[in-house]
Design a protein around this ligand. Structure first.
Ligand code: ZN
Length: 325
């Protein structure tokens, strides 16, 4: 039936809409495509169900940004949800379908989504790809003699503002009819982010400079450290990716020594990473395990890290509280 419909589509588009309506069981209260203009620009293989622009955000922080700027004007799919590990993500068939139907994809870039190029190609997607890290000065770190780019740019709120502006531009490009809304929403959200930036600075000012020392599960808070005056002592997995695997015995000893010799008071778990390694290092170094931080993903809805603003606020309070001891 689908094949026949596809062939018919070329000849008689309006007829297809009628046939589709008859052939598919009506989903509960889901509005059908109402605007012929929108429907005509969609691929015939993927008829619109709401008439709205379909967009993808690759991970949860990005999804929150897109939601704040696009509001209800788009149908948003976030691939790696709350507490998900984007580095090690394995796409599922529904991701491919979502990509094929999308008009725009918002991605972090800087090799955060190492699986995205293959997924994009395999899905046959024609979506515009918007790399939201464009214009950010990347942090480059050396890992095992190799230079690696750190993708976790959103922990510097200035970078988040830049990401929001890239998202605004991407949305306007894909959906010019709603440009005024996207601009207004972006401006309002940027104001909130500016207030957040000031709030973080004020909170961190409570922590004496010599106590601003960071150890996390993987190297995820470098941009945060650079922006707000922390020193990165190291990370348990000495890598900007969670895919680096467990540290060698030598690396394990090195991070324990670094924690002891710098007088670091606490080391931190990350909500999306395995806690066991961090707990072992903390025990060996004789320091506290601080609370879980939201580094690569939002927390679940209703949690203290359910939105980007909540997550940054929570992380900051948790750091200041645990390191003040
Ligand atoms: Zn990460």
């Amino acid at each position: 039936m689908k094949q026949i419909l596809k062939r018919l589509a070329v000849l008689a588009f309006p007829l297809v809409l009628m046939l589709s309506a008859c052939a598919t069981p009506p989903p509960a209260a889901a509005p059908q495509a109402t605007s012929p203009t929108t429907a005509a620009t969609e691929s015939t293989a993927a008829p619109a169900t709401t008439g709205k622009l379909k967009v993808i955000a690759t991970f949860s922080f990005l999804g929150d940004f897109v939601k704040n700027i696009a509001g209800d004007n788009v149908e948003l799919t976030t691939l790696v949800g709350p507490e998900g590990d984007t580095h090690a993500y394995e796409p599922v068939p529904s991701d491919s379908k979502a990509l094929a139907e999308a008009g725009a994809i918002f991605e972090g870039g800087l090799e955060f989504e190492s699986w995205l190029n293959n997924l994009y190609t395999a899905s046959g997607s024609k979506a515009v790809r918007v790399v939201v890290s464009e214009g950010v000065t990347p942090r480059v770190v050396e890992e095992n003699g190799q230079k690696e780019t750190d993708p976790h740019i959103w922990h510097n709120v200035d970078n988040a503002i830049l990401m929001v502006k890239n998202i605004e531009a991407g949305l306007i490009k894909a959906d010019a009819a709603n440009a005024a809304t996207y601009t207004a929403n972006a401006e309002a959200y940027v104001k909130k982010l500016e207030a957040l930036d000031t709030e973080v600075e004020t909170e961190i000012a409570k922590l004496p400079k010599e106590k601003r020392k960071l150890v996390t599960s993987h190297d995820a808070l470098g941009y945060y450290a650079d922006r707000y005056g922390f020193e990165i002592i190291g990370s348990v997995i000495a890598s900007v990716s969670t895919e680096a695997g467990e540290p060698s015995a030598a690396d394990f000893a090195k991070i324990v020594d670094a924690i002891k010799s710098t007088g670091t008071k606490a080391i931190f778990l990350e909500s999306m990473a395995n806690p066991a390694l961090v707990e072992r290092v903390a025990k060996e170094a004789g320091v506290e395990v601080g609370p879980e931080l939201f580094t690569d993903a939002l927390g679940k809805p209703g949690s203290e890290g359910a939105t980007y603003i909540d997550a940054v606020r929570y992380n900051t309070k948790a750091l200041v509280s645990a390191l003040s001891a």
